[in-house]
Design a protein around this ligand. Structure first.
Ligand code: DQA
Length: 150
C-alpha cells in the first residue's frame, strides 16, 4: 500500500471561511474527511496535516522523507517565496506533487512566481478539492519509481 502525506501550508486551515469565491465553501474539516475517504477508496494510506509555519513544513518533509512514498504539498503563499522549501524538496528523495485549490497562474502577477514547480514531479491546480484528488490519482497511477528520480 502506497503511503501519501498531504501537507498544507498557511491559511489552508481556513478554507470555507477565507475568500470562498476563490477557495470554495467546503471547510477544512470536510476537506480532510473527503480526502481521507477518497484516498482509502484508491487503496492509499494517507496522512493529512496543516501548518502555518514555513519551518514546520520543512521539518515535516525532513522527518517523513523515508516514511512516505509521496508528498502532496500545498505550500500556499510559501510557493511564491520559499527558497528554503525548494531546497528541502531537492534534498529529499521522496517525490513531491504541487497542488493548489486556485489556479495560481491566472491570478495576481506575484502568484506566477513559483519556487517549487520545477522541483516537483507534477502540479495539479485550479480545481479546488479535485486538485488534491487528481494528485491522489497520479500517485495511484504510478506503477513504479526508484525514489531517486531527481
Ligand atoms: C493557494 C494559492 C496561493 O497563491 C495562496 O497563497 C494560498 C492558497 C491555493 O491553494 O490556491 O494560500 O496555494
Amino acid at each position: 500500500m502506497k503511503r501519501v502525506y498531504i501537507l498544507n501550508g498557511p491559511n489552508i486551515n481556513l478554507v470555507g471561511i477565507r475568500e470562498p469565491e476563490i477557495y470554495g465553501s467546503t471547510n477544512y474539516q470536510e476537506m480532510v474527511k473527503e480526502l481521507k475517504r477518497y484516498a482509502k477508496s484508491l487503496g492509499l494510506k494517507v496522512t493529512i496535516k496543516a501548518t502555518n509555519s514555513e519551518s514546520k513544513i520543512i521539518d515535516i518533509l525532513q522527518a517523513n522523507m523515508n516514511r512516505y512514498d509521496y508528498f502532496i504539498l500545498n505550500a500556499a503563499a510559501y510557493t511564491h517565496t520559499s527558497i528554503a522549501i525548494r531546497d528541502t524538496i531537492l534534498a529529499i528523495k521522496t517525490p513531491v506533487i504541487e497542488v493548489h485549490l486556485s489556479d495560481t497562474d491566472n491570478r495576481e502577477e506575484f502568484r506566477k512566481v513559483n519556487y517549487l514547480r520545477d522541483v516537483c514531479v507534477a502540479t495539479f491546480k485550479g480545481k479546488g478539492l479535485d486538485s488534491y484528488k487528481e494528485a491522489l490519482d497520479y500517485v495511484k497511477g504510478m506503477t513504479s519509481h526508484d525514489g531517486n528520480n531527481k
